[in-house]
Design a protein around this ligand. Structure first.
Ligand code: FAD
Ligand code: SF4
Length: 544
């Protein structure tokens, strides 16, 4: 314990869950349902780093209600915020000036699905969970995994509040709390900061393909009523990306004149000059897209990484004292562009398994339960589609058609992935990219965008973006790759300051961070370690 710090309080539960996303909340609800059916008392708590449930949740989102219907069959009667059924799917190939409508791939057909705010669904799920007796603590970040002397996970500790930049307690100091659980579920979402440490400690990725990722950047607009078509779903591929870069856009028309628009780019992109934020801004100026925003108003902005590794990249999920669930492990179905339904189902499977562990079957395995569920079959069938795009857009599309229509997901081979951070080419070999200036109406700059993400961090705290080797920021990133973090960070957190005299240096502005985790993933030397800041810090998304 450091100077001036006091003993942490301990709170004991049967199950501790880290993260109130769809996976953690579904797990908590399932656990309480099982306890009620078995007439048992079961203490379940969730700790959430956002200032409220949903504050850090960002998704498209077209939602497939399969897992929700299994969890809460009467969700309609109970008022779940699924009010906009998908009415029409359009799949467009863009060139610089034209758009060509393609047949919608079967995985992207959304009949029976809903356009939602995932943040709002989480808020509703949190009410359902609390109604069943789950204790939810928003504004508290799990900062440390706790172990017993045998190396078994016994829970987590929330971070201390009120530690200054210099590492000393300030007058705001409040010690963290130890949340002790018979079982602990980690539902931190994509690239969880504690999940990373568990994967290493328990070697959960040994013999498994590397996880791969994309960055998704999103805006929410209030559209001109004349241009809004409730239930319309548009996906595009092609421009402004070149054929070597994987990615595309989504444009979903929700209720109340809202349009969710976003751009997703695979983090295996090669050109260090590529700027995902600017690609997104440029996309909105396409003649087939721009009219949707004319006369409208942007109301929110945010960004988040998502998993793309799929079936080949699912790690071992079980370890002594707990398990991984949801996007912390990685269950996104990439061709469907959906991970919420699989995140929920994996949370439910984890809850069922953990309940069995607590009630007398200590060797029950979450991975086994998932292998027997529809999640496994769904992900196995599409496993070759995303990796085929490393041959480029055209070969990827051709292979995907073959894999879907001829092999029907049963090809007798499995394509492999490569780690995203190793894919960047040197700046000296890459083509610099010029981006147009924002017009402040349809396109914007990063700082005004971060402003509408309502991001806020206590300034006097130790940095939550840590360089393992500070000297590499210049010696490697700047000299070899022209500091790609200046461009891939959607919040402008990283800035190279070029001085008239002396060496340039990297300035980090952690208070702007929207917790997307891209820097933790894409840094070529894995030199950036994202750890949780003080609980409650980060974006405050209203309904992303
Ligand atoms: C741009 C984009 C578009 C997408 N579109 C769709 C779509 O249309 N349809 C679809 O089904 N899926 C979509 N997805 C995927 C979907 O959003 C995810 O699969 C889903 O959110 C995963 O749920 P989760 O509960 O595992 O994680 P998350 O939703 O990420 O939730 C994790 C929660 O844990 C909290 N947390 C993390 N670490 C800690 C910690 N240490 N302490 C305390 N709290 C912590 C976070 O703040 C967060 O609230 C999209 C994703 C993105 C990024
Ligand atoms: S600092 Fe890292 S995690 Fe934060 S917004 Fe930038 S890229 Fe995302």
């Amino acid at each position: 314990m450091g100077e001036g710090r006091v003993q942490r309080e301990r709170m004991e539960y049967d199950v501790v869950i880290v993260g109130a996303g769809p996976s953690g909340l579904a797990a908590a609800i399932r656990m309480k349902q099982l306890a009620a059916a078995g007439e048992r008392e079961l203490g379940v708590c969730i700790v959430e780093k956002g200032s409220e449930v949903g504050a850090h949740v960002l998704s498209g989102a077209v939602f497939e209600p399969r897992a929700l219907s299994e969890l809460i069959p009467d969700w309609r009667e109970r008022g779940a915020p699924l009010v906009t059924p998908v009415a029409e799917d359009r799949f467009l190939l863009l060139t610089r000036t034209r758009s060509l409508r393609l047949p919608t791939p079967p995985q992207m057909a959304n009949h029976g699905n809903y356009i939602i705010s995932l943040g709002n669904l989480c808020r509703w799920l949190a009410q359902e969970a609390e109604g069943l007796g789950v204790e939810i603590y928003p504004g508290f970040a799990a900062a440390e995994v706790l172990y017993d002397t045998a190396g078994r996970v016994t829970g987590v500790a929330t971070g201390d509040m009120g530690i200054g930049k210099d590492g000393r307690p300030t007058d705001r100091y409040q010690p963290g709390v130890e949340l002790i659980g018979k079982q602990t579920l980690f539902a931190e979402g994509c690239r969880g900061s504690l999940t990373k440490t568990l994967e290493q400690r328990f070697r959960l990725r040994d013999g498994i393909g590397p996880q791969t990722y994309a960055i998704g950047i999103k805006e929410l607009w209030e559209a001109d009523p004349a241009r809004h078509q409730s239930g319309l779903v548009i996906h595009t591929i092609g421009w402004p990306l070149d054929a070597a870069t994987y990615g595309g856009s989504f444009l979903y028309h929700l209720e109340d004149r809202q349009v969710a628009v976003g751009f997703v780019i695979g983090l295996d992109y090669k050109n260090p000059f590529l700027n995902p934020f600017e690609e997104f801004q440029r996309f909105k100026t396409h003649p087939a897209i721009r009219p949707f925003f004319e006369g409208g108003r942007r109301i929110a902005y945010g960004a988040r990484a998502l998993n793309e590794g799929g079936f080949q990249s699912i790690p071992l999920l079980d370890f002594p004292g707990g398990a991984l669930t949801g996007c912390a492990a990685g269950f996104v179905n990439v061709p469907k562009i959906k991970g919420s339904h699989t995140a929920m189902k994996s949370g439910m499977a984890a809850a069922e398994t953990v309940y069995r562990r607590i009630t007398g079957e200590p060797s029950a395995e979450v991975r086994r339960a998932l292998e027997e569920s529809w999640v496994w079959d769904e992900l196995r069938r599409v496993r070759n589609i995303r990796p085929s795009f490393r041959w480029g857009l055209w070969a990827g599309l051709a292979y995907s058609a073959l894999d879907t229509y001829v092999f029907r997901g049963n090809a007798p081979w499995t394509l492999h992935h490569h780690p995203d951070h190793r894919q960047l080419m040197r700046a000296s070999e890459a083509r610099p990219i010029e981006y147009p200036r924002p017009d402040g109406k349809i396109t914007f700059d990063r700082l005004s965008s971060v402003f509408v993400s309502n991001t806020n961090h206590e300034e006097d705290q130790p940095p939550h973006l840590r360089l393992r080797h500070p000297e590499k920021a210049i010696a490697v990133n700047y000299r070899l790759y022209d500091s790609p973090e200046e461009r891939y960070c959607p919040a402008g957190v990283y800035e190279i300051v070029r001085q008239a005299r002396g060496e340039p240096y990297l300035q980090i502005n952690p208070q702007n961070c929207v917790h997307c985790k891209t820097c933790d993933i894409k840094d070529p030397e894995q030199n950036i370690d994202w750890v949780v800041p003080e609980g409650g810090g980060g974006p405050n998304y209203p309904n992303m």
